[in-house]
Design a protein around this ligand. Structure first.
Ligand code: ZN
Length: 81
């Protein structure tokens, strides 16, 4: 009912994903994290893949563009769905 004070709620509704980041891509990354060896994340600023992210990672620094916009796959899925 009232989300005042919950910054995560505001964040999830205002977050802009890079145009290359699709729901299917996020789901694939989640599956890789669940069934594979890696811990994939995606940079929402440039759309590049990142590795070594916890599923609930937020604001990790992107190795490609330097922005602190790398999010874990499961975290992205919650925002994209
Ligand atoms: Zn980036």
């Amino acid at each position: 009912m009232c989300y005042n004070g919950f910054s995560s709620q505001i964040w999830s509704t205002t977050m802009k994903l890079h145009k290359s980041i699709t729901t299917a891509r996020i789901i694939a990354a989640c599956e890789e994290g669940t069934f594979g060896m890696g811990n994939p994340g995606i940079c929402i600023a440039c759309g590049d893949d990142a590795d070594g992210c916890e599923p609930d990672a937020r604001n990790y620094t992107c190795e490609s563009c330097g922005e602190a916009q790398v999010f874990g796959a499961e975290e992205l899925l919650m925002c994209a769905s």
